[in-house]
Design a protein around this ligand. Sequence first.
Ligand SMILES: Nc1ncnc2c1ncn2[C@@H]1O[C@H](COP(=O)(O)OP(=O)(O)OP(=O)(O)O)[C@@H](O)[C@H]1O
Ligand SMILES: [Mg+2]
Length: 231
Amino acid sequence: MESEKGEILLLQGAEGKLYIGKHNGVTCLIKERFSKKYRHPDLDVQLTRQRIRAEQKAFERCKSAEVATPKLLGVDLPGRKVFMEYLENAITAKQFVDNAVSEGIENNPKIDRLAAEIGRVVGKLHGHNIIHGDLTTSNMLLDPVAEGEPNLPYRFVMIDFGLSYHSLNVEDMGVDLYVLERALLSTHSQVPELFGLVLESYKKHNTYKVPETIAKYEAVRARGRKRTMVG
Ligand SMILES: Nc1ncnc2c1ncn2[C@@H]1O[C@H](COP(=O)(O)OP(=O)(O)OP(=O)(O)O)[C@@H](O)[C@H]1O
Ligand SMILES: [Mg+2]
């Protein structure tokens, strides 16, 4: 779908839309957030700004954490837009797992390799006190590289930092891990071992209070379980 301005719509959701457009004459991905009519206008502006700022800050923090993200090209707060590099050949980690599953999951080295990579990157985020807030395989991109390893010929790129924040609190990290576990179990139920593999790698790559974080994760998980049993 191409508009008069040459914009191509990629995705239209309840929260906003994603399209290819221009920023200072350069082709890029534009993430635009809608205003919510049911929200008080002041609160609405505040929440949208908060999410755009969260995304902007996370891009900077990821740079110092050496976690790859698309390049941030700019933000337009009044226009509710974030402009970033468009990785046109990338696939999501979700697609990668789905493909691997269709090839057969028994001893599939591609799945092991991806899980190790997810654990490495989430470990690095937490090691730099970055809480992602929405860890799912749709928020992880794999950008093809020419000279990659056979089981994962991609560069791992993290996206969607609208719910992210900076925190030293291990409970926040435990919750981040629990969100990831829930997402992996529901999206990739054919590969129930995925989170366990991720966690192994996470423990190796995180450098910030790992035992405390794992203990919190387990406590959060136990609370979650109790809630499901009661509710
Ligand atoms: N820079 C990018 N290059 C290529 N594809 C992208 C890029 N950013 C996002 N995508 C694709 O668009 C999808 C949605 O992007 P994103 O997760 O940022 O939006 P969202 O989930 O709608 O965000 P939010 O939850 O913050 O409202 C991703 O799952 C991915 O497939
Ligand atoms: Mg997303």
